[in-house]
Write a protein that binds this ligand. Structure first.
Ligand code: BTN
Length: 263
């Protein structure tokens, strides 16, 4: 169970994930959260780098010790974290975010955060995991290669204001979002730990699943096809229907997009 969160804030680190790993090796307890104003060597998925300009975005990582779950369940922690980011953004900013399967948090059809979960084993069991989250908050623009699919909280709040929304806060603070993310994470993670899967979280996940009930394009290496997105299994696989038949899609096997764009 994740019961206690201890927040540490730094001006500058290499990578908040790497700082958590170092502290895990030095004996830190579960629930340590390290957040930095800027990362000099932020890491993304599949060996990519992750840029977060000073004072603009959130880079935050937590130490967790899911020692009783099977290793195969560890990647699902990324999905749990995606749910926490969505809920925290809705709570703190009032923005309606959704989840693009499996764990991209999107607003207005664009991605607002990145999540990298890493783990270390001791023998055959999980020793600890680090869940690292980067959220675009005050970013005004993005590099041309990602501009089509990236957005920030400030950009989306401004869009809502221009569309007439009057109930949004004047400004958002990164620390409020960070702490809300990890509070929601604790709640969802403890439910996840009870079963090692999403059975207690599936309903909430599906309530915010982008494209649920809509047509999606499944980029299967064996050939792309169109299908209706129905929901997820307890293990977090996507359930789609194509030609009257249900298909189960595993993370990493294929990517799924809406018919008209990134989401
Ligand atoms: C992705 O490629 O989408 C995942 C990006 C994860 C970035 C976050 S920022 C905080 C934490 N520290 C890192 O070095 N990476 C993660």
């Amino acid at each position: 169970m994740l019961n206690k969160l201890v927040f540490e804030y730094y001006d500058r680190v290499d990578s908040t994930n790497d700082r958590i790993k170092a502290r895990a090796h030095a004996g830190a307890e579960e629930g340590l959260v390290i957040t930095a104003d800027v990362q000099t060597a932020g890491k993304g998925r599949v060996g990519r780098s992750w840029k977060n300009p000073t004072g603009v975005s959130i880079a935050t990582s937590a130490l967790i010790k899911p020692t009783d779950i099977p290793i195969e369940s560890v990647p699902t922690i990324t999905t749990v974290a995606g749910m926490a980011v969505r809920a925290a953004i809705a709570d703190v900013t009032g923005l309606e975010a959704s989840i693009k399967w499996p764990n991209d948090v999107v607003i207005g059809g664009k991605k607002i955060c990145g999540i990298l979960t890493e783990m270390e084993m001791q023998g055959k069991a999980v020793w600890y995991a680090v869940c690292g989250i980067g959220i675009n908050v005050h970013n005004k623009d993005f590099a041309p290669d990602i501009a089509f699919k990236a957005t920030s909280i400030d950009i989306e709040m401004e869009k809502c204001r221009q569309e007439g929304a009057t109930n949004l806060p004047d400004a958002v603070h990164r620390q409020d979002i960070t702490e809300a993310v990890w509070r929601y994470f604790s709640r969802y993670y403890n439910l996840f730990l009870q079963t090692g899967d999403l059975s207690h979280l599936r309903e909430e996940y599906e309530a915010h699943l982008a494209n649920k009930g809509c047509k999606v394009r499944v980029e299967d290496p064996a050939g792309p096809y169109e299908a209706i997105c129905l929901g997820i299994t307890d293990r977090g696989e996507l359930i789609v229907e194509t030609d009257g038949m249900k298909k189960i899609i595993s993370t990493g096997e294929v990517s799924v997009r809406g018919i008209y764009g990134y989401v």
